[in-house]
Design a protein around this ligand. Structure first.
Ligand code: HEM
Ligand code: HEM
Length: 199
């Protein structure tokens, strides 16, 4: 059995890990909702929603990098010793899949919007306060290369978002519900501070 599975100690994630988990989860869900609202709009009507999508997306990128750094330097609580091997591996794949998504999706969004001439007219305006820089060399590519680069990052952005929404989300939520209600482990209490840790 691996070192992150301990028989006795059953504890919670740290306050910082819980705060970042729920803050980032809320922002991601809001950002997916914003993207879906924008899908049927065109031209000027789409702009304000997309500015919020980009602002929240860049905030998710920064918070997720902080969260990853915290995770690498602070060991998470040991997983339940009652988990079967396949459950352990699935939990690990979903958790690390989320880290890849939380960083990779906003990063490809940033690269996508950097590779378009529009970025010089409509920069990423964060909370209406300041401009987030574009990835400079992408905005200076020759037109046809810029278009191909934009389309490549757009394809990855959309595909990765779909994998997260239709793959990682359901697996994560069903897994948490299974451990809480079928296995009767205090699963939610690991991530929610005011719930009791007792079985
Ligand atoms: C966008 C939404 C979400 C994302 C990106 C997300 C991401 C994550 C990640 C990466 C971890 C692993 C933390 C680590 O070990 O560093 C985690 C753990 C956890 N999440 Fe979420 N989560 C989301 C939504 C939810 C929801 C809606 C629930 C409630 C059902 C939930 C419940 C939990 C629980 C209970 C854990 C602890 C798992 C354990 O180690 O036992 N999460 N989440
Ligand atoms: C975790 C953060 C993010 C999530 C979950 C997310 C998710 C999505 C989703 C679900 C779509 C719609 C995909 C579709 O139509 O199939 C989308 C579109 C888009 N996203 Fe993001 N995104 C994020 C961050 C960003 C960032 C940081 C930027 C740019 C700075 C960005 C720029 C865009 C653009 C421009 C589109 C529209 C593409 C089009 O014209 O159809 N996104 N995003």
């Amino acid at each position: 059995m691996s070192s992150d599975v301990a028989p006795a100690a059953r504890s919670r994630y740290s306050a910082v890990a819980m705060l970042l988990h729920w803050l980032i989860a809320g922002l991601i869900i809001t950002n997916v909702w914003l993207a879906w609202q924008a899908e049927d709009l065109h031209g000027a009507a789409k702009m304000p929603i997309m500015q919020w999508h980009k602002t929240l997306g860049i905030s998710i990128l920064v918070l997720s990098l902080l969260r990853l750094a915290w995770r690498l330097f602070n060991k998470p609580p040991p997983l339940s010793p009652d988990l079967k091997v396949w459950e352990l591996w699935l939990a690990r794949i979903v958790h690390w899949g989320f880290y890849v998504a939380m960083i990779g999706i906003p990063l490809t969004g940033w690269l996508m919007v950097s590779a378009t001439p529009l970025i010089k007219v409509y920069p990423i305006h964060m909370y209406g306060l300041f401009d987030w820089p574009a990835v400079g060399f992408l905005s200076d590519l020759p037109r046809d290369q810029m278009k191909a680069t934009h389309e490549a990052f757009e394809t990855i952005h959309k595909l990765a978002a779909k994998i997260m929404i239709y793959g990682l989300f359901p697996l994560h939520i069903l897994g948490a519900l299974k451990h809480q209600f079928l296995d009767k482990d205090p699963e939610f209490a690991r991530m929610i501070p005011f719930l009791p840790m007792r079985k």
